[in-house]
Structures are given as C-alpha cells and as structure tokens.
Design a protein around this ligand. Structure first.
Ligand code: GAL
Length: 892
C-alpha cells in the first residue's frame, strides 16, 4: 500500500513535470548548433551522437512518452523523424496537427525527455509511406512535375516547408530557442533519381538547398544520398553500412541518417531480420572510421495505421525488426546489445571529439585499428588507466568474415572474433566487442488467445460468455453492393486513370459497363472451344472482375499484364472491374505520372466479330465502398447499416462487412487482433482504422535455418516466416479501446471466417541471459569514480548477468540457472558436466519478485569453484509475469 501510494505520488509529480515542460517549452538553455569536418558542434562542443528513428504517426500520442523513454534508456541522444505532408495537409490549405499528427506535442515530448530532435521535413519522405508523403491533391496542381525544377512544385514545396519551420519557431522548438531541434533535412535521397531529371534535377537541388537555408531556421540542414549537395548542406549517407563514406567537402562531417537495422515487408513476403552483432559491427565501424552522427532507421518502426502504408504492397506492420518492436516492446538482445555499444562509444567520446581524425594502424591482413588521441602520434600516447584524462580511445576491427584473429596493439594481445570490432576507451581495455552479446534475450509470447466469438452452439456460447468476458455476443453482417451504390456516379466513354477519379479517398474504384453477347458468339465459343478473354496491357495493384454480379477473377501485381478468361451469357452482361490500390507508390522518379489502375489497351478478345475495344464503351464510375462512405465502422453510424446476424453457414462470403463487440483484456500488455482467418480487407476498432489486412502467404522457401551474423547484411540474408502468412496480427493501441463493448468492424473482400478472429496480448514472458567469466565488466562501471581514479582495476571486477522484465512485469520464476558449463540456448538450456549446486538458489535470491536483477559471474558468488581450470558461464532462463498478479511477492 505504502509503495503504491508513493508510486502514485511519483507518477503524479512526473506527469506534472512533463505537462509543465510540454506546455511551456524551453527545454534547454538556448544553445547553438553548427558543425565542422568532424562533428556537430552543440553549444560549442563537438558531439558523437546516437539517434533513434521513430515516426510519430506510426504510434499513438499515448505511446510516445514510453517510446521516447525507451529510446533514451537505450542510449539515444537524438530522435529522428520525417514530417508527413499528406497527414498534415489532407486538403490543400487545410492543415491538421492533431492526434497522431500532433507533431508539436511530439517534439515537445522529445524536448521534455532531454533528447534532441532531427526533423526531416522532406517534404518528400519515401518511408514506405503512402505516395512518399506527398498529398495526392498535389498531382492536380496545374503543370506540376514533382521534385524537379518546376515552378508549381517548388511553390507548393516551399509553402509547406516554410509552414513547418515557422510552426517550430513559433513554438520555440529550435535549439537556439531552448528547444530540442538540432538539425533539419530537405529532400530525401534525391541523388538516387536526379539523373532522370538531367540539368533540371541539378537546378532543383540548388534551389532546394537555397530555399531551405533561406528560411533562417538557425540549425544545420542535411540532404541524404546527395553527393552534389551544395555548400552549407551536409550530405549524409544511408545504408546498411556507412563506414568509409566521404562527404563531398572536407569541411563537412560524416553523418549516417539511415542505418537500416532491419527492413520493411511486403504482403506475401518473408520477414527480414538483421542480427544484433552485425548491426553493432556496422555502427562501431562507422565511429571507428570517423563518423559522428548515426541514426537507426528505425529504432521504433510501429504501424501503418489507416491507409498510410506505401506501395507497392507494403504491409500494415512497420516493425522493421527494430530494437523496439511494433507494440513498443524491447526486442532483445538487439536493444540491449546496442545499449551496451552506445555506452562504449560514449566512453570514447572525449577522445573521439578531441581528435580531428583517427590514426590508422594496420594490425593484420583484415585487421585494423583506428586510434583517437589528441596527439595522434603513437609515441605521444599516454596509456594510463581510462579516465585519467588520457584522451586516447581505439577501435580494433577484424573484418574477416570467417576467422577470428589475434592481434597485437600497443604492446598487448587482443582476440577479435570474426566480423567484429572491439572498443577500447582507454586504448588498453576492451569494454565491448560487437560480436559478444551480453544482453538478455527475450522471447515474445502471445499471452492468451481467445476467439472473439466462438464457433460453437448457442447454449455453449452462453456458458463461455459467462466465464470469459472478452467474448462478444455475436457477429453481424451486411453485404457490400457490387458496383453502383450511390447517386455520386458518372458515366463517360473510355477508361479513366484510377487516381484521377478516386483522389485516393478510397482504395476502390468500380468501372461498370455492359457487354452484349449474341447467339453467334456463344455458338462460336462452343464450336471453337474457346473463351472470351479480358486483356489489359498493364495494371496495378489488384483487379477483381465481376460478371453479372459474380466475382470471376482476380489479378495482383504492379504494372502486370492481365489475361483473364471470362464467361458471358447470351444477351446483356454486366461487366464490373474493380480496381484497387494497396498503398500508393512511394519511391522513384516521376511519381506524379505513376498513377494507378489500368494502362494501355483494354479489350475483350475472342468474339466472333473480333476484339471489343473496351475503351470505346461508356463506363460508369463509382468510387469506394458504400460501407466506407457511410462510415459504418464508426460507433455513431454503424447501427444504420442494416446488419443481420451472422450464421456459420453464411461464411465465407466475398465483399462483406462484419461487426462485433468485444471487451478489452485487463492489464497493460499491448493488444492485437489475429485476423489470420480472414482474406483481404480493412478493419476498424471504435472507428479507428487499424489498417489494411491481407492473409497473403510468403514463399515456402528462401528462409535460412540459421542466421550467421558474419559478412555483409542484405534484406534477404536472415528471413523467417516462409510458407506462412506475412502478417496475421494487427496492433490495436490500448488508447483506442474502452474497457468493454468495443466495436470491431471488418470489411472483407475475398472471404474469411470472422468466428476465428481472436484477441491477443503481446508481452515478453521468457527472458534468458548467458554470460561467462571472461566477459567484460558491466559498462556502467567504467564511468564510476573508483574506476576512473584507478583505485579499482579491471582485473578485480566481475562480469554480471543482467535480467529485466518489461514494464509492469516482474520475474516470477527461474526456469533454469546453471553456473559452470551449461549447454544449449534460451529455452533449451541444460546443465553441463560442471554445475554449481547453488546456481538456482543464488539466482532466485537475486531475481525472484524483482523487475530487474543482476548476478555477478564469479566462483565466490556461487560458493566456490565447481571446476578448476575451466571458463565458467552462467545461463539463466526466467519467466516474467504481470506485476499486478504477483504484487504480493513483488520486491519493487
Ligand atoms: C530509404 C528511404 C527511407 C526508407 C528506406 C527503406 O531509401 O530514404 O525513407 O524508404 O529507404 O526503408
């Protein structure tokens, strides 16, 4: 009771502080930001900066504080985000800065947490975001050509960039105003497409730079992947590795705006994973070779809610295999390993900023050292204990992809695993090696899974309903009309371009016409044993063909040819083509010309009198779905839709709406819906659009049984999920839920079984650690006074195994603890030949009931040496449980 009251008081005062900070701004004493060839200069000091990429609309404002706190705890100094033009200006001249688009609140939260912000205004952002962030209305500006020396485009771009800079300034958010913004970005990877625009591309780059600089934002601007970035704009690197990157002027520092720590996913694709060891290697190599600003793209990826996901075919999850997962849970060991890396880099910061450039020392054929010292001449190196102002730090790299190496450096011997970097903040002691992971592993689990409504008899339903309150009473259904559903239709001769008609107000565009089929045609087809065929030169993203109300064919692809045999009856036939977008193109030149839907010739072949050119016919156009435009997914409107009870025998059905109500599971664990039983469509909870869903299955092969961290990474290297649907789980942020009676509405296109939809809680239930005697002492110790004044030596410090459950969870049981030579890996540990009998009791004593704990790795802690002359390891597997369930036992 005492604890919870104190906790409550603490939380209240914390929220008051945050609230005060957020409402009054001025988070820092105003400071200037500039740069030299080595680094950003913040308030007069060069800095080595770790940045965490995190896009505000990919989470809810309620999630932001926790995500920012987790980024800070992970060692970030900076948060980096794009600005999403199409979210902020959905209609030309009508701005929107609320909810997930409340960028001011986001920036203020970053400032309140003491972190800096890198704001990438773009306003083209790519980002696997719909249309690369451009508002779709931008296509309709007369004479416009995007991202080139084009007056209408430049005017629109300048207006938006100005708007954002002015807004930030008004809100006092730039560093010189006491705000967190230390850096901006104009354009995004324009260098990739510049040559397509020839001279006008070059002019555009110059214009964009001048325009940005002319806004007087007072902090540096970057352009990424822009080797012709003008003076006064820093050209930065994006990629999986950026060591060795050279900016286009010796006066510019080496910045890495996008360190791709995972990759995005397409519907029907495998899930990419980037190993923590390789990621840490890339980052360490970057700082080793002179880099000074590095941003993880993404540190938190989040979710493409609504229809914000770009194309072609990007899934709703933007998890990205980032250190913080889509739900806000830490992905371990990635998050923890990087945290250790950041701490190691921070220990080197005094030397890194003091030296203008590193001294290079070749250590072997594929081994090298870079030494940072105020006087970069080795003779001058003062190799006293770290902290005694020696200002010498070194990175030792073994870039051999296969073999470990033993190297000599400044009179000492070092063992370097393959493809790894050792970090020596004092040029002597290794505090971290990128290939040695001391951080815990977390196994994420879906804590419980209950169908929203079970597919069982009515009497059983009642029993279950009484027992488990998450169950809804029923599912209801209503059909979506095929084709025309409103008076807002029009008819013209010919085929109109998809986006010109929909303006992207919906994914769906119905093309409706009639085809007359004569007796002769029927006889012709029967005699020749042929079928008439719909052919379209080129189409994206999804086409569904309906004849006389029946779905007769589907085509999926990006600018693919359609050859779809059809069946007609004698007389008039209704031909309905439904063109669907699944995220607008977000990358490439000439985006404004890309469009969607159909291109080229469109015809019916195989008729007796020759082909029918469908572009000569009159077509009726209907945009969107009836349910969508009558907002039947909202709490206010849904009752009006004429729902009827759904029975099991009525499924599966195509083009159907479903709704039900459900209660929210208790606790704070993130909530997801498992839509794996459905086909393709969209889902809403309490009127919030949780995104598109699509149960497309990844190829059966191409996934690797094991993932070897060694050697250059690419997005196909370590994939999982082969033969399974790419995405079945859809995040429903808790802030969109009420305790009970949440409205879930689903639009299903191809047919699925809503009875099997279930609700899930995501959490980390199992955590493991494995650390040996020969591991490094904990990183935090290096900055302790005892260490820095030399009164404790590194040799007297034991390594530690650290474990931590997620927020609101405590260690409820120790499933395995073995000090000695334990075998196996997380969830498969077993005792080795050497095992200290006290293992379980020592670990239990230290950890049970706690949120986090640590255990030293030494014989004395485990009451003596269980086996002389052998390097001992401690391996632990623990189970986390919600602290509210275990509060009695809690030692918070
Ligand atoms: C980059 C781009 C980012 C993102 C990334 C891939 O080229 O700048 O916005 O699209 O690729 O995730």
């Amino acid at each position: 009771m005492g604890v919870s009251r104190a906790l409550l008081r603490y939380l209240v005062s914390l929220s008051l502080i945050i609230h005060a900070a957020v409402t009054t701004a001025n988070f820092f004493k105003p400071f200037n930001v500039s740069y030299d060839h080595r680094a950003l200069i913040i308030d007069g000091k060069r800095r080595m900066l770790i940045s965490a990429g995190f896009h505000y609309p990919r989470a809810t404002p309620e999630m932001w504080p926790d995500l920012i706190a987790k980024s800070k705890k992970g060692g970030a100094d900076v948060i980096q985000t794009y600005v999403f033009w199409n979210g902020h200006e959905p209609v030309r001249g009508q701005y929107y800065f609320e909810g997930r688009y409340d960028i001011i609140k986001f920036v203020k939260l970053v400032g309140a947490s003491g972190l800096y912000l890198h704001l990438r205004i773009g306003p083209y952002v790519c980002a696997e975001w719909n249309f690369g962030g451009f508002p779709v209305w931008l296509r309709d500006v007369p004479g416009i050509e995007f991202r080139t020396d084009n007056v209408p485009f430049k005017e629109e771009m300048e207006r938006f960039v100005k708007k954002i800079v002015k807004l930030m300034q008004e809100e006092m958010l730039f560093s010189w105003q006491g705000g967190p913004i230390i850096m901006l970005q104009i354009e995004n990877e324009y260098g990739d497409i510049e040559s397509a625009y020839h001279q006008r591309g070059k002019e555009y780059v110059k214009w964009a730079a001048q325009m940005a600089l002319g806004l007087g934002a007072g902090v540096p601007w970057v352009m990424c992947k822009q080797s012709d970035a003008p003076d006064n704009i820093i050209n930065a690197c994006n990629g999986y590795y950026c060591d060795g990157f050279k900016p286009n002027s010796p006066n510019k520092p080496v910045f890495w705006t996008e360190d791709w720590d995972g990759w995005y996913t397409k519907w029907g694709g495998r899930l990419p994973h980037r190993p923590a060891e390789d990621l840490a290697f890339a980052v360490a190599r970057f700082f080793q070779r002179g880099g000074s600003f590095q941003n993880y793209y993404m540190y938190f990826g989040g979710t493409n809610f609504n229809r914000t996901s770009g194309g072609p075919f990007y899934v709703t999850s933007y998890d990205y295999d980032a250190p913080i997962d889509e739900y806000g849970l830490l992905s371990e060991p990635k998050w923890g390993h990087l945290k250790d890396l950041h701490a190691a880099i921070k220990l080197c910061e005094p030397a890194l900023v003091a030296a203008d450039s590193p001294q290079y020392i070749k250590l072997g054929p594929k081994q090298e050292a870079h030494v940072y010292h105020v006087d970069t001449n080795t003779e001058g190196l003062n190799l006293t204990q770290y902290g005694s102002q020696s200002r010498c730090s070194a990175f030792l790299a073994n870039i051999d992809e296969r073999k470990a190496a033993v190297v000599r450096f400044l009179g000492q011997t070092y063992h370097l695993p393959p493809w790894s970097v050792s970090i020596l903040p004092d040029c002597r002691n290794t505090v971290f090696n990128t290939a040695k992971v001391g951080a815990q592993t977390s196994i994420k689990t879906v804590e419980f899974e209950l169908p929203l409504f079970s597919n069982i008899s009515a009497c059983q339903q009642f029993t279950v309903h009484d027992e488990v309150s998450y169950f809804s009473k029923s599912w209801m259904t209503v059909k979506e009309p095929i084709g025309i559903w409103s008076k807002k239709i029009f008819s013209v001769q010919g085929i109109l371009e998809h986006l010109n008609v929909t303006k992207d107000h919906s994914d769906y565009l119905w093309y409706i016409t009639r085809i007359y089929v004569s007796d002769d045609d029927i006889t012709f087809w029967e005699e020749k044993q042929v079928r008439p065929t719909l052919t379209i030169d080129s189409m994206r993203d999804v086409l569904r063909v309906f004849i006389n109300g029946q779905l007769t064919g589907s085509v999926i692809g990006r600018w693919v040819k359609v050859v779809q045999p059809v069946r007609f009856v004698q007389g008039y036939n209704d031909l309905v083509l439904l063109s669907e977008t699944v995220g607008l193109q977000n990358y490439g030149a000439f985006l404004e010309k890309d469009g969607a839907g159909f291109r080229g010739q469109i015809k019916l072949t195989g008729f007796k009198n020759g082909d029918i050119d469908l572009s000569t016919l009159s077509w009726t156009y209907q945009v969107g779905l009836k349910g969508e435009f009558s907002s039947i997914y909202t709490v206010e409107e849904n009752e009006k839709a004429g729902w009827s009870d759904l029975t099991v025998d009525a499924i599966p059905a195509t083009f159907t709406w479903y709704k039900t109500h459900f209660n929210t599971p208790d606790g704070t664990d993130p909530v997801a819906l498992d839509l794996g039983s459905m086909g393709k469509g969209q889902a809403w909870v309490n009127g919030h659009h949780i995104g598109r869903y699509w149960t497309l299955v990844a190829p059966k092969d191409g996934c690797q049984r094991t993932c070897d961290y060694r050697g250059p990474y690419n997005s196909d290297k370590c994939t999982t999920n082969c033969g399974k649907p790419t995405q079945t789980r859809y995040h429903v942020p808790r802030s969109w839920l009420k305790a009970s009676d949440n409205l879930l509405v689903i639009f299903e296109e191809t047919g699925g079984n809503p009875f099997d939809i279930s609700i899930e809680l995501h959490s980390v239930r199992i955590i493991c650690g494995q650390v040996s005697e020969s591991h490094y002492p904990p990183l935090w110790k290096w900055s302790q006074p005892d260490f820095s004044d030399g009164s404790i030596s590194i040799n007297n410090t034991t390594p530690e195994l650290h474990l931590r459950c997620d927020d609101e969870h405590v260690i409820a049981s120790i499933e395995f603890a073995g000090y000695g030579t334990p075998q196996g890996s997380c969830q498969k540990f077993s005792k080795g030949n050497c095992h200290a009998p006290s293992s379980l009791s020592v670990v239990s004593e230290a950890c049970l009931g706690r949120k986090s704990c640590f255990v030293g790795i030494s014989n004395s802690i485990f009451s003596g040496d269980p086996c002389h002359g052998v390097v001992k390891t401690l391996a632990v597997e623990a189970r986390c449980a919600s602290s509210s369930n275990t509060l009695g036992a809690s030692k918070l």
